[in-house]
Design a protein around this ligand. Structure first.
Ligand SMILES: [Zn+2]
Length: 213
């Protein structure tokens, strides 16, 4: 028996949705329920104030909730203190609906700076990026393009980035999930992927993928 071989053969990939909650969250949750997938939702605090029931529905369905700032601003234009306050304000909104702190943050527009990472460190939060990008926010990208973008860059330990509000994203989702499963992938939240990889994510460090070192 080759120790570890069987584990290594199992491919895992994380699925994440940004920029919610949204009036369409329920539709997305129904598709994920049908597909039996648990994902990570990076929510904005301000949107939780507008769509609290949708945010609660995400938590109640067992999905993981991450922190995507309060108001989706460019963080690299802010001082460390303002970045800290912004994420903390979002954290407060998330705790109100989910009953627990988000385990990590995702920075809007990937607007990184030294201050962003210092703030993340002070919050004791890892930063989660992505490396499998659907580009679903681009107007020229249609359902078939989203499928192609994800499937062509999917990799073991990868983190898929999609966004909540788009009809085309919801349409692409079953195609993506079924194709990845045929390729031997298990699809999960970021936290579950870290667990599978026996990784403890470090505060102030950015992870675009969760590969064992
Ligand atoms: Zn975003």
């Amino acid at each position: 028996m080759i120790v570890g071989k069987a584990d290594k053969a199992d491919k895992c990939i994380a699925l994440t949705f940004d920029d919610g909650p949204d009036s369409t969250t329920g539709k997305l949750l129904a598709i994920l329920r049908e597909l039996q997938v648990c994902a990570t939702f990076f929510l904005c605090g301000e949107r939780i104030r507008v769509f609290p029931n949708e945010a609660k529905a995400i938590a109640d369905a067992g999905h993981e909730i991450g922190n995507h700032s309060y108001d989706h601003v460019y963080m690299n234009e802010l001082e460390e203190e303002a970045i800290y306050r912004n994420f903390k304000q979002a954290e407060g909104a998330i705790v109100e609906v989910a009953g627990k702190k988000p385990p990590f943050i995702r920075v809007p527009y990937v607007s990184y700076s030294e201050s962003v990472f210092k703030a993340a460190m002070n919050m004791n939060m890892p930063v989660v990026g992505c490396d499998v990008i659907g580009h679903d926010w681009e107007e020229a990208v249609d359902e078939a393009n989203i499928v192609e973008n994800v499937l062509s860059s999917a990799k073991d330990g990868g983190v898929i980035l999609l966004h909540e509000p788009y009809e085309k994203t919801r349409a692409a989702l079953p195609v993506i999930v079924n194709a990845l499963r045929l390729r031997g992938y298990a699809i999960m939240s970021v936290g579950e992927l870290a667990k599978q990889r026996h990784m403890t994510l470090q505060a102030g460090v950015c992870y675009n993928a969760l590969q064992e070192m």
